[in-house]
Write a protein that binds this ligand. Sequence first.
Ligand code: SF4
Ligand code: SF4
Length: 201
Amino acid sequence: MQIQRTIKYDADRVRGFAEEIMSLAGCDRLKSCIQCGTCSGTCPLSIYMDYTPRQVMALVRADFKHEVLRSHTIWLCASCYACTVDCPREIRITDIMYALKQRAIQEGIYPRRFPIPVLAREFSAMARRMGRITETLLVLRLFLKSDWRALLRSWRMGLGLLRTGRFSLKPERIQRREELAAMLSPVNGQSVSPPANREDA
Ligand code: SF4
Ligand code: SF4
């Protein structure tokens, strides 16, 4: 996946971003990265990424917050931990990728119409609202918010799933959702909360 490279300036940096990420559990060793590139060489998906894992580590350390949060890389990471196992400085790269994904959803900064973050956001919002996931509605929302043409391509399969009862249009929800909301309230500002102000890339 190629992105259009642009020159980055000091003014593009968001001071304190690196420190914030490094203060999270499991992310503190990032400061010892020697930019050896082992993680990029190990990563089975780096050829599809816009920035390699090594570049993501460098961008985070240099406070290029928007560059990182808008990248496809953090969403393409399959959490296989190969990079983490091989890193000579024992940096938990996979955990850093998780922290960046969580941050991107929190702040509503992610690649516009890229299905993976859209799915993550819609999934967590539905789980928080209903306590259950209704697959049909989730897929519909995903298509509408990422690529509505996929709906046209998949209508035949969807109809078949509805006919055979594998999919239902009836929303599923749990009882006593207020208790779920109370349980989730301590983390509402973190991973489960849909962003208040979405800033698409
Ligand atoms: S393998 Fe570790 S030290 Fe080397 S570039 Fe990646 S994160 Fe940095
Ligand atoms: S955990 Fe993610 S970044 Fe690391 S090797 Fe696997 S896919 Fe690549």
